[in-house]
Design a protein around this ligand. Structure first.
Ligand code: HMG
Ligand code: MG
Length: 306
C-alpha cells in the first residue's frame, strides 16, 4: 500500500468518451454528442476530447466532428469558458480540418507496436514520426498545443507483450517533437498493476513524469488497480470515458475505456480532488447510454442512479 503523502492532491481528468468512446459505439446524432459534451462541461470536466479528424472510411462514427466543433464555436450556449475541447489528428490533413473547425488543441497518435501502427494508421512507427513532423510544425505556427498518444504500452492485440523500452523510446520521440503531454495507452486493457508501474517508471526516465498521462482501457477490469499503482510515481493526469463508452474492437462484447464515474469515485475516496461533480457526471453518462440504448457501463453510475 502506498504512502498517502506520495499521492497527488489533484488529478486532471482528460475525458475521451465523445471520441475514444463513441468511435467504438454505434453512431449517435451530432445533437446527442453535443448534449454529452455540454453535460460533461457542466459536471466540471475541463478537458474534453470532442472528436477526431481521421478518414471517415476508417471511423464513420467521427465523420461529423466538423459539425461538433462548428457548433461548439458558433452555437451560443454550448462552449463553456475554461474548458479545452480537443481533437485527434493523424496527419496534416487531419490537423488542417481541425484548425478549420476551431479545435482548441489536437493530439497525434503513435504506437509502441509496429503491427498496431500499421493496422491503425496504415504506416510503420518510423513513418508515423515523419508524418507527425509537418503536423507539429503547423500546430506550432498556429499556437495549438499538441498532445501525443502512445498505444499498446502494456500489450498489443497482434504482437502480445511489448518491450517497455520501446514504449519509452516512442514517448521520448513524441515529447521531443513538442507534444506537451504524452498519454500512455493500454489500448486493449491487458495491463496489471506492477507491470503498469514499471512501464511508467521506464518512460519517466526519458520524459518528465509531470508530462505523462495514463490512458488505461478496462477490458480486463484492471484499469483502476493499474491507475492506483501508478499514482505514487508522480503522474496526475488520467484519461477516461464517461459511462465506460467504447467497446473493444479486438474483443467483441468486452468493455472499453475506464468509466470516468468509477475513476472519480475512487479518486475522491482517496482524498484526491478532480473538480468534478459525480452526480452530474453520472447523469451525463446515463443520458448518452440511453441514446445508445445500452446500460451505463460504470458500476458507480449504476449504484448511484439506482
Ligand atoms: P491512408 O489510407 O493510408 O491515407 O490512411 P491516405 O493519405 O492514403 O488517404 C486515403 C484517403 O483518406 C484519401 O481519401 C484521403 O483524402 C483521406 P480518398 O482519396 O480515398 O477519398 N484522408 C483523410 N480524410 C479525413 N481526415 C484525414 C484524412 N487523411 C487522409 N485526416 C489514415 C491513413 C491515418 C488517414 C487512416 O489510417 C486513419 O484515418 N486512421 C485513423 C484510425 C483511427 O482513428 N483509429 C482510432 C483512433 S486511435 C485510438 O483510439 C487509440 C487511442 O485511444 C490511445 C489508445 O487507446 O491506445 C488514441
Ligand atoms: Mg484509447
Amino acid at each position: 500500500m502506498m504512502n498517502a503523502s506520495s499521492l497527488p492532491k489533484k488529478v486532471s481528468i482528460f475525458e475521451v468518451g465523445a471520441r475514444d468512446g463513441l468511435q467504438n459505439e454505434k453512431p449517435v446524432t451530432t445533437q446527442d454528442k453535443l448534449k454529452l459534451i455540454e453535460q460533461l462541461a457542466d459536471a466540471g470536466v475541463k478537458r474534453i476530447e470532442a472528436g477526431s479528424f481521421v478518414s471517415p472510411k476508417w471511423v464513420p462514427q467521427m465523420a461529423d466532428s466538423k459539425d461538433v466543433f462548428n457548433a461548439l464555436n458558433n452555437q451560443s450556449g454550448i462552449r463553456k469558458a475554461g474548458v479545452v475541447y480537443s481533437a485527434l489528428t493523424p496527419n496534416l490533413k487531419g490537423l488542417e480540418l481541425a484548425l478549420d473547425a476551431g479545435a482548441d488543441e489536437v493530439a497525434i497518435f503513435g504506437a509502441a507496436s509496429e503491427t498496431f501502427s500499421q493496422r491503425n494508421i496504415n504506416c510503420s512507427i518510423e513513418e508515423s514520426i515523419v508524418r507527425f513532423e509537418p503536423v507539429m510544425a503547423l500546430a506550432k505556427a498556429r499556437n495549438i498545443p499538441v498532445r501525443g498518444y502512445v498505444s499498446c504500452v502494456l500489450g498489443c492485440p497482434y504482437e502480445g507483450d511489448i518491450d517497455i523500452n520501446e514504449v519509452a523510446r516512442v514517448s521520448e520521440i513524441l515529447y521531443k517533437m513538442g507534444c506537451y503531454e504524452i498519454s500512455l495507452g493500454d489500448t486493449i486493457g491487458v495491463g496489471t498493476p506492477i507491470k503498469a508501474r514499471k512501464m511508467v517508471e521506464a518512460v519517466a526516465k526519458l520524459v518528465p513524469v509531470e508530462k505523462l498521462a495514463l490512458h488505461f482501457h478496462d477490458t480486463y477490469g484492471q484499469a483502476l488497480a493499474n491507475i492506483e499503482a501508478c499514482l505514487s510515481t508522480g503522474i496526475s493526469v488520467v484519461d477516461s470515458s464517461v459511462a465506460g463508452l467504447g467497446g473493444c474492437p479486438y474483443a467483441k462484447g468486452a468493455s472499453g475505456n475506464l468509466a470516468t464515474e468509477d475513476l472519480v469515485y475512487m479518486l475522491h475516496g482517496m482524498g484526491i480532488e478532480t473538480g468534478i461533480d459525480l452526480t452530474k457526471l453520472a447523469k451525463a453518462g446515463n443520458q448518452i447510454s440511453l441514446a445508445l440504448g445500452r446500460p451505463n457501463g460504470s458500476k458507480v453510475a449504476q449504484a448511484i442512479s439506482a
